[in-house]
Design a binder for this molecule. Structure first.
Ligand code: SF4
Length: 382
């Protein structure tokens, strides 16, 4: 499986918690799209160069994220997607996802998406309470969120993901329960639920520094997470990664490939690519990205991944999923020193039942996922 990611670095306004690269000015939309088409052309051999390492590179997923892809006029989105598919895919992508903001969703727009081959939409809802949405500086209402899911269903989408956030300012467990009841009543197939994290260089970061952000205590956060797990299970959703839940058959193929260290190419300002040996990070400035494309200059920084880096990534991402990490794969891929390090440090967690051994696999049981990072850190090569 190969992954193709298109990063659309524009938003109508910035949300209070967000530090993804995007700009509220849309003056550069057209030049960025032109530059992304150019980047796709320049990267046409990206997967060919990696083919010795990856045997089934003919299957692909395509994911358009951002930023706000649904801000892009459909013709531009279509041009980018068609170019990416013609360049990298031997067959139509097995999964083609576009992220949507609820207030951009119209029947006409959804039909255009269907027409270009999109078979999955991911809708950024975050909360079904208008006062939460206002605090987050989201630009849609709760009613628009509900309507956007219904419109997507009416347009024929049978694979719909919704993003929600818990641990929001002023959010108690009853409010979170209400959000979960609403989301599971909508007939969706996939849910991504993230705890709010406060990034320093955001409006929430500034409010926190001034002691003006009232966040739920850790104990409340743990209750909200437990409720998320319980209600997801009750509604038939499989908890397949710390923040991701899906009905059987609807796990995100694109994200699962990331977590399993499959190669991917990221097109656009601030996008990342990975080929198993190195990561490439595109310049996080639309103006600089356009200039570098126009002048045929380098547009990314390279991070060569040592075997320790690759071991750390495999352990970190794998243990956050229900599939865990595979000891045979580790033994085939890494030397004895790393394997002995892993086993020595995993032992105390196996004894404490923080880590389960299932044949060749080590997994963190779901009831410990809330503290997974504190377990994983012991296994990371420092
Ligand atoms: S719409 Fe998404 S990418 Fe844009 S500012 Fe909000 S959270 Fe960030």
């Amino acid at each position: 499986m190969i992954g193709i990611y298109l990063h659309i670095p524009f938003c109508k306004s910035k949300c209070s918690y967000c530090d993804f690269y995007s700009t509220a000015s849309q003056s550069l939309v057209q030049p960025v799209v032109m530059a992304m088409l150019r980047e796709t052309e320049r990267r046409k051999n990206y997967f060919l160069l990696a083919k010795n390492s990856f045997s089934d590179a003919q299957q692909a997923t395509l994911y358009v994220g951002g930023g706000t892809p649904s801000l892009l006029p459909p013709d531009m989105l279509n041009a980018l997607a068609q170019k990416a598919m013609a360049t990298f895919c031997a067959a139509p992508p097995v999964e083609f996802t576009v992220e949507l903001n609820p207030d951009d969703v119209t029947p006409e727009y959804l039909l255009r998406l269907r027409g270009m081959g999109v078979n999955r939409v991911s809708i950024g809802v975050q909360s079904f309470f208008d006062d939460d949405l206002q605090r987050l500086n989201r630009r849609h209402t709760a009613q628009q969120a509900v309507s956007s899911v219904a419109l997507a269903q009416k347009a024929g989408f049978g694979n719909i993901s919704v993003d929600l956030m818990y641990g929001l300012p002023c959010m108690d467990t009853e409010r979170w329960r209400s959000n979960l009841e609403t989301v599971f009543s909508l007939g969706i197939q996939h849910l991504s639920a993230y705890a709010l994290t406060i990034e320093e260089r955001t409006p929430f970061g500034a409010l926190l520094r001034k002691n003006r952000l009232l966040l739920p205590p850790e104990s409340e956060l743990a209750m909200q997470y437990d409720l998320l797990c319980a209600m997801s299970a009750k509604n038939g959703f499989v908890h397949y990664e710390i923040s991701n839940f899906a009905l059987n058959g609807f796990f995100s193929a694109h994200n699962a490939a990331y977590w399993q260290q499959q190669p991917y190419v990221g097109i656009g300002p601030a996008a990342h690519s990975y080929n198993g040996r190195q990561r490439q990070c595109n310049v996080a400035s639309s103006a600089q990205y356009i200039k570098n494309m126009e002048e045929d200059k380098d547009f990314f920084e390279v991070e060569n991944l040592s075997k320790e880096n690759r071991y750390n990534e495999y352990v970190f991402t794998g243990l956050r999923t229900m599939w865990g990490i595979n000891l045979s794969h580790l033994k085939q891929t890494f030397d004895k020193e790393l394997i002995n390090y892993l086993l020595a440090n995993a032992n105390k967690h196996i004894e404490n039942e923080n880590i389960a051994v299932n044949g060749d696999r080590l997994t963190i049981p779901e009831d410990r996922w809330f503290v997974a990072d504190s377990i994983i850190v012991d296994l990371i090569w420092a």
